[in-house]
Every structure is written in C-alpha cells, then in structure tokens.
Design a protein around this ligand. Sequence first.
Ligand code: F6P
Length: 534
Amino acid sequence: MWQEFKALADEAETVDIIELFKTKDRAEAFSLRFDGMLFDYSKTRLTETTRAALVDLVAARDVAGRRDAMFRGDPINETEGRAVLHTALRNLSGGAIRVAGEDVMPEINATRACVQGFAEDVRSGRFQGAGGAITDIVNIGIGGSHLGPEMAVMALRPYHDGPRCHFVSNIDGADISDCLKGLDPTRTLVIVASKTFTTVETMTNAATARTWMAAAVKDPGKQFAAVSSAVDKTDEFGIPPEQVFGFGDYVGGRYSVWGPIGLALMIAIGAERFTDFLVGAETMDRHFQTAAPLENMPIMLALVGVWHHQVRGHGTRAVLPYDQRLARLSAYLQQLEMESNGKGVTMQGAPLEGPSGPVVWGEPGTNGQHAFYQLIHQGKAVVPCEFLVAAKGHEPELEHHHQLLVANCLAQSVALMRGRSMQEARALMVEKGFEGAELERQAAHRVFPGNRPSTTLIYDQLTPRRLGQIIALYEHRVFVEGVILGINSFDQWGVELGKQLAVTLEPILKGARDGAQKDASTRQLIAFARGFMT
Ligand code: F6P
C-alpha cells in the first residue's frame, strides 16, 4: 500500500515548511479545534495534495465502518474473539450496547456505582483501617493496571483531596520496599489491580504487601481491595467480595483507566471529578463518531502519524508535554501505542507490508530541552515532535513560570521549523570576532537544518475533563492508525514469550534445575548472577 505513497513521500523532500506559510490561512487550514483544544499540524510538510491522499485512506480502509463496529460491540478483537468496549465505560449519556445480544450497560453502571460508593467511603473515613481512617493508598498493578491510574493521579494533582496515592508495579523488590517504607499498615489500603489476577509481578508484590500488613493488622484482607475479573482468585487471596470490582473482557488493560482500574484516581479526586474525566472522554468519543475526517481530531492526529512514520519513514515519535504533571504521559502512551500497534502481521495473519507503529518516547519540556533536544535539532534522524501544553496553569501566583513554559514550548516548534542557516551562523561568528577558516569551522557547528516537523496540541487547562479528552483522543488515534495498517490493535501476543521463558529461568537461577540446555550467553549470565546470590 505504501508504494502508492512513494511519489508523495519523494515530493515532500523538496517541501519547505516555511514556504508553505506563504499560502494564505496555512495555520488555520492545517489546524482544527474541538471544545477547549486546538490541534495545529501546520508546521509539517503536509500539503493540500498529501493531506487529501491521506484522507482518502480513511474511506479506503473503512475507518468509519470499523469505528462503528467498535462502538456497537462487534468482536473486532478477532484473535481473541472479543468486543472492544472501553468506550462503554464512559457511555454516560448513551443507550444500550450489546455484546453477543446482551446489553452491558446495566452491569457497567452498577459496578461504577459500587466503585464510587467504596471510593467515597474511603475518602470520608467511613471505611476504616485497623488504626483509623485511611491515609495512604497503595495501588499494585502493572501495564494497563498501573500506567493509567498513575499517570492520571499525577496529572490531576491540583484536584487531589483524598488520601495519598502510591504506585507499585515492578517485580524488583526495591519498588515495593521503597513504597511501604514509612507507611502505617493500619491506615493503608492496598488495591490489587489485575484483570487476570495471575500476573506474576502483581501477585508477588501483593503477597509481599499482605505479609507487611499482617505484621500489624489482625485481618489484613480487610484492608485490601481488588480490581479484577477473576473473583475466584481474589476470594482465595482473602479479599472481601464487596471490595472486589470487576470488568468485562471487552475492556483491554491499556484502555481500562475509565472503569474500576481508575479506583485509585477516584479515591484521590472524588467521584464527581472522576465523572468529569469520563465526560471529557465521552465528548471525544462523540466527536470521533460524528465529525468529518478533516474536522476529526483523532483522525487527523492519526493521519499526521501515518504521514511521518509509514510514508516519510521517520522511525520514532516524541511526545513532549510542557506540563510537569504529565510526566508519565509518555510512558502511558508507550503502552497504549506500542502494545496496540507494534504488530508484524495483518488481521488475516499475512506479513505487514511496511512498518508497524512507531517507537514512542518523550519527557516533559523544558527538562528534555536540556537533555535530548540536541539530537532533535541537529542529529541526522528526523524526530517528529508532538508538543502538548495548557494555556493556563494551576498556580496563579506563579503565572510568570507558566508564561515561560508556554514560550519555551512554542519556541521549540519555531526552532525546529526555521533552523539556522550557514549564513546566519556565519553572521553570529563574525559578531563574536572569528574570521577565516576558524569562522567557517565554528559556524558549521551552529547550523540547524530546520524544516523539521512538529504538531502542537494546546488546550485551556489540564482539568479532569480535558485529561479525559486528551487520553480518548490518543486512544482513537491509535485505533485509526491500526485500522489503516490493517492490524489488530487490541491483542498483545508479543508480551508472552519473555514471560514464559522467565518461568523456566527462575528455577535455574535458584539452583533447583540444571541450565545446560540454555545458550552459552545465558548460561554465562546465570553463572555470574548466581555468584552473588545467597
Ligand atoms: O503483559 C501485558 C499485559 O497483559 C498488559 O496488556 C496488561 O495491561 C498487563 O499485562 C497487566 O495484566 P493484568 O491486569 O492481568 O495483571
């Protein structure tokens, strides 16, 4: 399919982004607004022609048909035979959604009411630990059962008026050990978040947390809650059934923050603000379902992504939020995008023609500016940058900080586009008194190629509603990219092999089994590690 785009990709080689701005209304024509957000993709090499070719893909790949099938509850996750209905978790105003003929909304609404009731009990102190009201929440989970609540709790810190929230994910004992140090077990609630309740990292950490709590609390199970679909296993763990909240297999882990997996967030900010978070996502759902492609933010964000990765061949995508509270957004999006679209075969099992989804990475600005932006500006690889920034912060007394933050964000997109020519660099060196060969040498180091693409998503303020919208925007972007690639964005077979091998290696590391069958490199590493193990 990408062969057809080769001519367009080649033509784009000669496009100068600054020149594009000579066309009247370039900025408006290559931007779109929705609710309190403006998405500006004008600082890219996209032209009317290339954009039209990409928009044609939307119809050619039947994005609308797949989208409607998803919202309707069809089993579009074909390799697992499941519907994909994270959107049902935020279907606050909509009607019935049927999976295999059965409306899932009554159960979703009833579970949400239970989770809200429990969250409010914890917040108000009606739910007590052995030592009194809960002061600290420890959420134990990994992947989708961790990244969403962790990212959102951090993002919405200004709205946080519940107990302190802590997150443990890594099987490395350092993670839970550092977390529990200093916490009072008699006033801590542990949430074990695991859809399957079998994930080794989560179950190992949960057992360690129970041992820690049992040393101080007579009935530690009472200070545990679980978010899981495996009720038999939560029972066995000793968690009271009224503190177990489930969700259907039509919600994938990385799409699950909207439901019970969001319990820690709900306890942190309260049910009302959590509802605003859902409302934000729901408005993005309706926008995605109804807006024409050119006006449709998720579709245009996806097409810009396809343009840069599949058509232009840029290998990675940097997500750069100018917002310290979005420090975990890149990690969250790494799972969302790379676990969803990092696939090598089509839905039919045929090898994927061309690249899968890109490597996604990033850090908050301005910190990144003093670290890896050097490569983004002067390195040989072009890294399309996606900037995110709020027009308004939450610290009115520190408005000058925020103005500097926004100025830095905008400056980066200008610098990427404009660059600095050899002529300009020479003029700078002349000013500094250099001449001759040394002037040429010094000037060469100060040249920025420029003409590098970026997009900017600017919004009023990072409120619960806006965060919900942004996350849903990225979810639908991933969906559209997946449909265009013809892959299944909702399974994750690629995580299995390493997990299985870890199971076989553990007994060898313990010395309980012989590792002779392993390759020489692995045997050598095991021998080295065993040299330090007790
Ligand atoms: O290893 C991948 C994965 O299955 C993710 O997709 C999921 O979010 C994570 O593990 C955690 O799974 P669980 O919620 O079942 O513990």
